[in-house]
Design a protein around this ligand. Structure first.
Ligand SMILES: CC(C)(COP(=O)(O)OP(=O)(O)OC[C@H]1O[C@@H](n2cnc3c(N)ncnc32)[C@H](O)[C@@H]1OP(=O)(O)O)[C@@H](O)C(=O)NCCC(=O)NCCS
Length: 228
């Protein structure tokens, strides 16, 4: 497997940048929409995703292999002392008060949701030999630190061992075993000081190189889009 062409993109979702990066944004959206329609169907979930969920995000990240989407992950920022944010349906429907209280106890005033962890079927562990999801998650934690947000939060699937994998990277279980889309998930959080390096040195090197060579379209809107 050739990892040398992999490119990590951080895509802003706000105007006017969004207009300049529309080709990549569109590609990520269409991929996300179709991928998750299938995942939710397979899980027997009655939920239908709408574009509103994608548009709500603050940041869309992707790993591309040339024109091919390898991974997508969505991040939304919330203020934990802002009543409207606490009553936002993403927060109020996914995280009980007890979860927010535990974040507060850890001194967190802001949180970044990590949503819709997505790895293309051709880049799954059985094919490439390691979890690309752990690469994406580590890169996401670097975004968290770069943005000076106090906590990353997510529901992590237990059946696919995503909770277990997240714990190796520094996440902790805040509330175990809640059912989302008919599967057991742990509600997890990671605080910047608790972030751990990836335990596998080769994977850690790949993460380092993807981060160093990232194209952050918020910082460098003129960057040539290899995948657009
Ligand atoms: C979750 C996901 C990102 C992980 O991708 P990945 O890092 O490549 O890892 P894989 O899916 O290949 O495998 C992860 C583990 O789950 C296991 N697994 C995979 N599919 C499985 C299945 N249908 N049933 C049971 N276990 C399964 C694998 O054997 C592996 O376990 P191991 O570490 O003991 O070998 C990817 O499976 C995906 O995109 N799934 C659909 C989207 C999703 O549910 N995302 C939310 C996750 S919180």
């Amino acid at each position: 497997m050739d990892f040398s062409k992999l490119q990590y993109y951080i895509i802003p979702t706000n105007w006017p940048q969004r207009n300049e990066h529309l080709a990549l944004y569109n590609k990520a959206y269409i991929y996300w929409r179709d991928f998750w329609a299938e995942v939710l169907r397979d899980l027997g979930s009655h939920e239908t995703l709408t574009a509103d969920t994608f548009v709500r995000q603050d940041i869309v990240t992707t790993i591309m292999n040339g024109d091919e989407i390898v991974a997508v992950h969505l991040y939304d920022f919330f203020k934990l002392d802002c009543q409207a944010d606490l009553e936002h349906t993403y927060i109020s429907e996914n995280y009980p008060k007890e979860f927010i209280e535990k974040l507060n106890k850890n001194g967190a005033r802001t949180a970044m949701s990590m949503e819709f962890l997505t790895i293309d079927k051709n880049w799954r562990k059985q094919i490439i030999g390691f979890q690309m999801s752990s690469v994406l998650l580590q890169l996401g934690l670097r975004v968290l630190i770069q943005e000076s947000i106090d906590a990353a939060i997510a529901p992590a699937r237990n059946d696919l061992k995503m909770s277990q994998m997240s714990y190796t990277l520094g996440f902790e279980c805040i509330i175990p075993n809640v059912i989302k889309h008919n599967v057991s998930c742990d509600l997890v959080a990671c605080f910047p000081k608790k972030v751990k390096n990836h335990p596998d040195q080769t994977v850690s090197k790949l993460i380092g190189s993807l981060w160093e060579n990232r194209i952050d379209l918020r910082v460098n809107p003129q960057a040539r889009l290899k995948s657009a």
